[in-house]
Ligand binder design. Structure first.
Ligand code: GAL
Length: 378
């Protein structure tokens, strides 16, 4: 959990903007919810390496080590971006042939997170004899892994190569902590819903503690409506996705803050069972998503893809099922009664002994946490 500069500032990021964002994260109490990583995306890199082959930061970042120290003093973590190519996606210098230097430099600066973006590596890869083989996709990530893991720091390794060559199948092998599963998200309903609702559903068996599917950073608080932002955040929580904020934390409105600081929704995302939710469509552009949680609980999301609000009767008995593929957990609605907590609206919990009437706004999602009612006799 944390924040990254890209969705908010793109290549126009600076140390001042990063520091003031981190300060806003602290001032608004977001660190208390678990947001910890402050990640600089592309455009921090100097135009040339020094005589030792070390890559320094450009004028916008006059003191990387100092910035890292300040973040650490505030209890936060420090993230950075690079590419295995000659250049990054934004045409800044990449790490090619200098992976060892760069890993060492990250360690010196106190880096805790590296986003490593394929992009500019494409040109080199095109010239490789074995391109298009899985080995050719894995190679640059394996190389950086070797040097990263030689560092004394515990550095989160975040792969960014848009889900090519089924990265979810080999990400754990290069000790990646997360891997992007798709192309870039933007702050439109079309982009967010295409990535979130359509491109992730088959990937749920590949998420596991320490090795996560990454459907890209959050757009909550950017150009999405409140309903869309709620659907986005809820869905990312159901997917156990990294929650990396991408909005301007300094100027966000109350609705945005309320969404990203919903403790119970965050708890679904961060649940210690570490299982990604799966989807069961129920027709008329309504989907239900189900996520087994620790302690016998379940999270349920009811997503309305229509522009208009819908009413849907959630008959629990229709969802007696077992998650055979990952957790082995069954809902057992025919045997167990659960309490049902509405995670966005609060209020008195209901029970699964009768169907739940769900009202969901247009392009919005309702979200619930089910907890088994223990039989008092046992
Ligand atoms: C893209 C990447 C984005 C951002 C950008 C920076 O390849 O997917 O998330 O990092 O590069 O140039």
């Amino acid at each position: 959990m944390g924040w990254n500069s890209w969705n908010c500032w793109g290549l126009d990021v600076s140390a001042e903007k990063v520091k003031s964002s981190a300060q806003a994260l602290l001032d608004k109490g977001l660190a208390d919810y678990g947001y910890a990583y402050i990640n600089i995306d592309d455009s921090w890199e100097a135009p040339e390496r020094d005589a030792n082959g070390d890559l320094l930061a450009n004028d916008k970042f006059p003191d990387m080590k100092g910035l890292g120290e300040w973040l650490h003093d505030e209890g936060l973590k420090f993230g950075i971006y690079s590419s295995p190519g000659v250049t990054t996606c934004g045409n800044y210098l990449g790490s090619i042939d200098h992976e060892e230097n760069d890993a060492r430099m990250y360690n010196e600066w106190g880096i805790d997170y590296l986003k490593y973006d394929w992009c500019g590596y494409q040109q080199k890869w095109m010239t490789e004899k074995d391109n298009y083989t899985r080995a050719s996709f894995i190679r640059p990530y394996m190389l950086m892994e070797k040097y990263l893991r030689e560092q004394p720091r515990d550095i989160f390794y975040s792969l960014c190569q848009y889900g090519w060559e089924e990265v979810w199948k080999w990400g754990p092998m290069v000790d990646a902590n997360s891997w992007r599963t798709t192309g870039d998200i933007t702050d439109t309903w079309e982009s967010m819903s295409d990535i979130g609702f359509r491109q992730q559903e088959d990937l749920y068996p590949y998420a596991a503690p320490g090795h996560w599917n990454d459907p890209d950073m959050l757009e909550v608080g950017n150009d999405l409506t409140v309903n869309q932002g709620r659907a986005h955040f809820g869905l990312w929580a159901m997917m156990a996705a990294p929650l990396i904020l991408g909005n301007d934390l300094r100027s966000m409105d109350k609705e945005t803050l309320d969404i990203i600081s919903n403790r119970e929704v965050i708890a679904v995302d961060q649940d210690s069972l570490g299982v990604q939710g799966f989807k069961i469509p129920v027709g008329q552009n309504v989907e239900t998503w189900w996520k087994p949680l620790s302690g016998g609980d379940w999270a349920v999301l009811v997503l309305n893809i229509n522009k208009e609000p819908v009413s849907y009767e959630l008959n629990w008995q229709m969802f007696n099922m077992t998650d055979d593929e990952v957790s082995g957990r069954s809902t057992d609605f025919d045997k167990i009664t659960y309490t049902v907590r509405d995670l966005w609206n609060g209020g008195k919990p209901t029970k699964t002994d009768k169907p739940l009437k769900v009202k969901v706004g247009g392009e919005d999602a309702a979200m619930y946490r089910l907890t088994p009612i223990k039989d008092k006799k046992h």
